[in-house]
Ligand binder design. Structure first.
Ligand SMILES: *Cc1c(COP(=O)(O)O)cnc(C)c1O
Length: 421
């Protein structure tokens, strides 16, 4: 359930007409619904009931500090993958004690920043990272709380670019080899072994891969316990999918029930790192039609709708061939036609949708690209020297620009022409 609905043929976000926001903010822009963000966070978090757990929102899915702040107020933590995300999470009011640091390539400066902040734990992904963390912690005279991210070699049955839990992926430590690292870590003076983590991929539409990896993690935690290494935090990653088109992902409640059933009497604090399932359907991208045109080649006529948003603003269609539903903001019941919806960027790969049935639109019409809240703005770039778009948050009948549209000046911020001799 989300709060983007048509009322009298015009798209509303909560009680605010989208066209009204477009008039004041200009296009393109990302639009988020506060009620939907909160609803989705609570639906996930509360599905685990009174089980000891912490929901750490995956910041990379949608990292605006206004969005993170909503989750902070609901008691959420953060799953971060860079020093930049640590900075954002802290600025947004997420306590360091609820921050988990994931990622294969943490630099020394990033480890230091995490230790300085006093985060809950580092999900370590290699022997070398463990050594570096021990050295940095020793230098700072602190102890670093550690979980190892294990790679359970489970096929999440999702897009190859967002599969992370197979042996051939770069992520984690093979579960067979992790035992030795736990032994080493337990003997290190500036490391405290705290937990275990795994994250097998994103946009999963089946529960079985989650359970398959939990079975492996559980067996492994049993072995560690036998060796006197106690694990009190089990981080099961993110990855629950959403409906973009016809997918039928598990509801968080089903996911939670399956996890609870499989856990049995295992005693630990559970950590979850959901991203997409919380924000994906809580955000949309609004764009304006610039031109329509047809290219005729022999028998075939191809129609194009050229809009002012492009692959630099929303990369998912180009990168993953991802599907996003597209709706005219004003639905006037026009006849449908088959079109490609493309941006102004000089790449054939610059499209938001291809061969899509859409009510006939004209120059100046607004289109809503649905389900764009996750990996939308955060993956955007300045390619073709396009200022990044504004982000807007609706709360009932009011809206706030939570990130201003970038200016032309900001495009060359930090650039310098050398003084030639
Ligand atoms: C990306 C990521 C997540 C979030 O994945 P979603 O599919 O958006 O829920 C969680 N944990 C880690 C380690 C990630 O890299």
């Amino acid at each position: 359930m989300n709060h983007f609905q048509f009322q009298n043929g015009t798209l509303h976000c909560e009680e605010t007409p989208v066209s009204e926001i477009a008039r004041t903010v200009g296009t393109p822009f990302y639009l988020y619904s506060r009620a939907t963000l909160e609803r989705h966070f609570k639906a996930f978090d509360q599905s685990f009931g009174d089980i000891d757990h912490l929901t750490c929102f995956a910041v990379k899915a949608c990292s605006n500090i206004a969005v993170l702040n909503l989750f902070a107020k609901l008691g959420g933590g953060a799953d971060i993958v860079s020093g930049g995300e640590l900075f954002r999470a802290l600025k947004a009011g997420i306590p360091a004690s609820k921050i988990i640091y994931s990622g294969v390539g943490k630099t020394e400066a990033e480890l230091r920043a995490g230790l300085t902040a006093g985060i809950l734990m580092f999900n370590v992904e290699s022997a070398q990272e463990l050594e570096r963390l021990q050295r940095v912690a020793a230098d700072m005279n602190v102890t670093a709380p550690v979980a190892f991210r294990v790679n359970p070699d489970v096929d999440p049955k999702t897009h190859a670019y967002i599969s992370t839990g197979l042996a051939k992926n770069k992520f984690g430590i093979p579960i067979q080899e992790a035992g030795e690292l736990y032994q080493q870590a337990a003997a290190m003076e500036h490391i405290t072994v705290k937990g275990i983590s795994c994250h097998i991929g994103s946009q999963l539409t089946l529960i079985s891969p989650f359970i398959e990896s939990l079975v492996k993690v559980k067996a492994f935690v049993g072995q560690l316990n036998d060796q006197g290494i106690s694990i009190d935090h089990i981080d099961l990653g993110g990855g629950v999918g959403i409906t973009y088109d016809g997918e039928q992902p598990p509801h968080p409640q089903e996911y939670a029930r399956a996890i609870k059933d499989e856990l049995g009497d295992l005693k630990a604090t559970l950590i979850f790192e959901p991203g997409r399932v919380i924000v994906g359907n809580a955000g949309i991208l609004i764009t304006e039609v610039q031109y329509t045109k047809s290219n005729r080649g022999g028998e075939n006529e191809k129609k194009f709708v050229v809009v002012d948003a492009a692959m630099n603003d929303l990369t998912r269609p180009s990168l993953y061939d991802a599907y996003h539903r597209i709706e005219p903001v004003m639905d006037q019941g026009a006849a449908h036609e088959r079109v490609d919806i493309v941006g102004p960027i000089c790449e054939t790969g610059d499209f938001l949708a291809r061969d899509r049935e859409l009510p006939r639109v004209e120059q100046g019409d607004l289109l809503a690209v649905m389900s764009a809240g996750a990996y939308g703005f955060t993956m955007s770039s300045n390619y073709n020297s396009r200022p990044r778009v504004a982000e807007v948050l609706v709360d009932g009948t009011s809206h706030t620009v939570i990130r201003e549209r970038e200016t032309l000046e900001s495009l060359i911020n930090g650039e310098h022409i050398p003084e030639y001799k």
